[in-house]
Design a protein around this ligand. Structure first.
Ligand code: GAL
Length: 448
């Protein structure tokens, strides 16, 4: 079966290629000779994530560059983004930061990022990336970030032994089947659904339920286009009811629990299911478990023919010193390299963003993700994950996350109230970075 890898895309004109090739080559050559320090902001602190990022550190240090971790713990990067703003305001931007989706454009808008076009031309990024991924890396047509993977968000994970003991023969394909299975798991003495009560985890489950209950068209209209009628539709009512019903299958220690501690409940056989993106697979693998044997990955109920994607990418900040720029250039080059993308993604749970990579070393979850990415791209059901920052402005994402999480946490909030809250989202929402801070940020970024 053919996935999205090994497929080539846009061709660049020969003239543009030639004119920027020299710049790219000299950048790489000098990067190889002289070492520098790269400070990298990320939020990869779980067992599987730490092993994945170790691959990158090793490749950088093998070339003599020194790696400085700027780690801000907190799933999905909410804390990291706040700390990043603070650092840039103080005039100390890191060389690179794990920034995703429209937030990349927001940082580029502040004139804080480095143009990576010469590297991209030299290394043929346009031809090596799916267009939907390449587009997100560009600001006004220029590369300012490097993608390292594609995560699929709409997965349901399960512990095989727990399912067996509970008498659940098949992974549920519908929400009705999910609740039947969850009842059996509870009756057998396990937690049916492992869920960590943090706003981004609530949001992750919510968007998956919306996709499964309402379908891709509803997801597109209600969550991506913020269409009032779609938000007020029966599909949204059913989504919210299903989402709320899931809470009755969650244990009392859920509030505030980190996602990886939650995945560990499935790994250790305390819980049956978890809805989470495939960074969860990184945890199963780090615990030496095997897909198809110890655990199972299946698209969440009702979402088999759709794919919510989440791309991890590094944006490069403007730096003053030439040494630092060279180390940064080498980092960008390594990040897009096939060798790195294979090693990293084998651990991270995602699939490489680079198209020209063979998938033979990947497990069945990775192979399926690869095949489904291509199939859903063709079918028009490849959709950006809002919960993981792939669509909407940062301000709108924050407002939707807050509304969804409030509904999850407040039993007295009616479905109608939640719909009302969500319907205000397409009205202008308060900017995340207030205007005066924004101009300070822009000035600070320019001074770096
Ligand atoms: C996602 C991110 C993943 C993983 C996860 C948990 O948003 O894309 O790489 O880190 O959050 O923190």
């Amino acid at each position: 079966m053919e996935g999205f890898h090994n497929v080539s895309t846009t061709m660049l004109t020969k003239k543009t290629k030639r004119s920027l090739l020299a710049a790219g080559i000299s950048l790489l050559a000098s990067a190889a000779i002289q070492a520098g320090e790269v400070e990298v902001l990320h939020f990869w602190t779980s067992g599987g994530e730490a092993q994945s990022v170790q691959e990158l550190k090793a490749m950088m240090t093998a070339r003599g560059h020194s790696w400085k971790d700027f780690t801000v713990a907190g799933g999905a990067g909410g804390n990291a983004m706040a700390t990043l703003k603070q650092r840039v305001l103080e005039g100390h931007a890191p060389a690179a930061a794990l920034i995703k989706g429209p937030a990349i454009q927001e940082w580029a808008e502040l004139n804080a990022l480095t143009n990576l076009d010469s590297m991209a031309l030299f290394d043929k990024w346009d031809e090596s990336l799916p267009k939907v991924v390449a587009d997100q890396m560009k600001y006004k047509g220029h590369y300012v970030a490097v993608p390292v993977n594609v995560h699929r968000v709409n997965w349901l994970w399960a512990n095989s032994a727990v399912l067996k003991k509970a008498g659940v023969a098949d992974m549920p394909q519908t929400w009705d089947a999910f609740f039947v299975a969850a009842d059996k798991i509870r009756a057998a003495g396990f937690v049916p659904l492992a869920h960590g009560g943090q706003d981004w985890q609530d949001f992750t489950v919510f968007e998956t339920v919306a996709l499964g209950v309402g379908g891709p068209e509803f997801y597109d209209k209600a969550l991506l286009k913020l269409d009032k009628a779609a938000i007020g539709s029966d599909a949204m009512k059913k989504t919210l009811e299903t989402f709320r019903r899931l809470k009755t299958y969650v244990d009392g220690k859920s509030p505030g629990r980190d996602w990886n501690v939650t995945t560990d409940m499935v790994i250790k056989g305390k819980a049956g299911f978890q809805f989470m993106g495939d960074w969860a697979k990184g945890e199963f693998l780090a615990a030496k478990q095997q897909p198809g044997k110890d655990f199972t990955c299946t698209p969440a109920p009702g979402t088999t023919n759709a794919y919510t994607f989440n791309v991890d990418s590094f944006a490069m900040f403007q730096l003053k010193s030439w040494e630092a720029q060279k180390a940064q250039g080498y980092l960008a080059y390594v990040l897009m390299g096939k060798d790195f993308q294979e090693r990293f993604n084998l651990r991270k749970g995602s699939i490489p963003a680079h198209l020209n990579l063979k998938m033979n070393k990947f497990d069945e979850c990775g192979k399926r993700s690869n095949v489904d990415f291509a199939a859903t791209a063709k079918a028009g059901t490849l959709l950006p994950s809002v919960a993981h920052g792939m669509a909407l402005s940062t301000a709108q994402q924050n407002a939707m996350r807050a509304a969804v999480s409030e509904f999850w946490n407040t039993d007295s909030m009616s479905v109608g109230d939640a719909i009302g809250r969500l319907q205000t989202l397409n009205a202008p929402v308060a900017a995340v970075v207030p205007k005066p801070v924004e101009s300070k940020l822009a000035n600070a970024a320019k001074k770096q």
